[in-house]
Design a protein around this ligand. Structure first.
Ligand code: GDP
Ligand code: MG
Length: 372
């Protein structure tokens, strides 16, 4: 199985557009650096995907499974008090009020149907309910030729880092990738992307990224860039042209997070999408719009997802910085409240720290049979 396995494509719904709210980046630097979770033994050099996800989710597991276990262990019978406390534990673990309520409702139905009276069955039922909530549309659509992936999200969420990791993964699958440096807001953003491209190709990263190099194209991941302040849609246009000329498999477009408001964001993203269509309209390309969210911002990330989805149709979420945060429960909240599937998760800052999101793995880690 490839890293990004494929299933039939799902269409995202168009969402109504409102104009009032502002989209702002989370307080920069105000966020405390969360500690990397302590594991019993220092992790071996190369952790398997599941082990890495498990290590990354440790704090979330402590919060979610810990909270649920406390409630389960303090009740022997399933009654109203039990449900009340369970719902509270789920809210505290960042599932959000609406989703915690929904989970408890489904739990009531299951309990009624099975006639269960003992709290010992709860963990297994929660695992099933949450897995079902999270499942559907989790695979990245790479079927187009080329497959275009537009990456959006507020500044600092992890867009550029995710693009670097994604490009490396796709290259490892033998795909030819072109990244478009359409975050032209700061020169440093373009340099940062160029550095990730070097890294994805296995080249030494220069102190200052030096943009496209002849050997990038041969290695599999190339970058198309313009000067700072250039029109992002023009960068996307050139990247798509290069992709078509060279028969590239995937085009990944980095975008700016510093957009004043929803209308501005909407216009900018529409313009980029128009560029893609202008060049590839006749081709069998596909477009994924991935919203990158920082898991450490908890429910704020859910609000961001809501605002972005009002500005543009989003086909999937990349949830970054799952490593070291206790707020990984927001995955459930995002999917349940906005019906946008989580497709990829970031579990660290290194090139191999991006994974396809597998709901079963997530729930098996968070609701282990044996208490964590
Ligand atoms: N721990 C951790 N840090 C991440 C992850 N993804 C991104 N980051 C860090 O988040 C910061 C912002 O990332 P960047 O890609 O520049 O965000 P952008 O502004 O959205 O492009 C950088 O310091 C990254 O190393 C992740 O999955 N885990
Ligand atoms: Mg960036």
């Amino acid at each position: 199985m490839g890293f990004f396995k494929r299933k039939p494509k799902e269409k995202t719904e168009e969402v109504a557009i409102t104009e009032a709210a502002e989209i702002t980046a989370p307080e920069e630097a105000a966020q405390p650096q969360e500690e990397i979770p302590e594991t019993e033994a220092p992790p071996p050099k190369k952790l398997g995907l599941f082990a890495k996800l498990k290590a990354g989710l440790q704090k979330t597991r402590d919060s979610l499974a810990g909270g649920v276990n406390r409630v389960v262990n303090s009740f022997t019978k399933i009654d109203e008090d039990f449900f009340e406390q369970l719902e509270e534990a789920l809210i505290l673990a960042d599932l959000g009020a609406a989703t915690a309520d929904e989970v408890c409702e489904q739990l009531r139905v299951k309990i009624k149907r099975t006639g269960a009276t003992e709290t010992s069955v709860i963990t297994g039922m929660l695992r099933e309910i949450i897995a079902e909530m999270l499942t559907g549309g989790n695979d990245l659509d790479l079927s187009g030729s080329p497959a275009v992936i537009m990456v959006i999200g507020v500044n600092g969420a992890g867009k550029t880092t995710t693009i670097g990791k994604l490009a490396a993964n796709l290259k490892a699958e033998g795909k030819k990738v072109i990244v478009a440096a359409a975050d032209t807001f700061r020169a440093a953003a373009i340099e940062q992307l160029a550095e990730w491209v070097a890294r994805a190709n296995g080249f030494a990263v220069p102190a200052q990224g030096d943009g496209s190099r002849p050997e990038f194209q041969a290695a599999g991941v190339d970058i198309v860039r313009h000067a700072e302040g250039a029109d992002p849609a023009a960068v996307a246009y050139d990247a798509c042209n290069a992709a078509r000329a060279r028969g590239a498999d995937v085009v990944i477009i980095d975008t700016a997070g510093r957009l004043h408001n929803k209308r501005h964001l909407m216009e900018e993203l529409k313009k980029i999408a128009r560029s893609v269509d202008k060049v590839l309209g006749e081709d069998t390309h596909t477009l994924e719009t991935l919203l990158v969210l920082d898991a450490t911002t908890g429910q704020n990330a859910v609000n961001q997802a809501r605002l972005f989805s009002e500005a543009t149709p989003i086909s999937g979420i990349v949830l970054t910085k799952l490593d070291g945060t206790a707020k990984g429960g927001i995955i459930v909240s995002i999917k349940n409240e906005l019906n946008i599937p989580v497709k990829l998760v970031g579990v660290g800052e290194k090139i191999d720290d991006l994974q396809a999101f597998v709901p079963e793995d997530y729930v098996n880690i968070l609701f282990p049979d044996e208490p964590a």
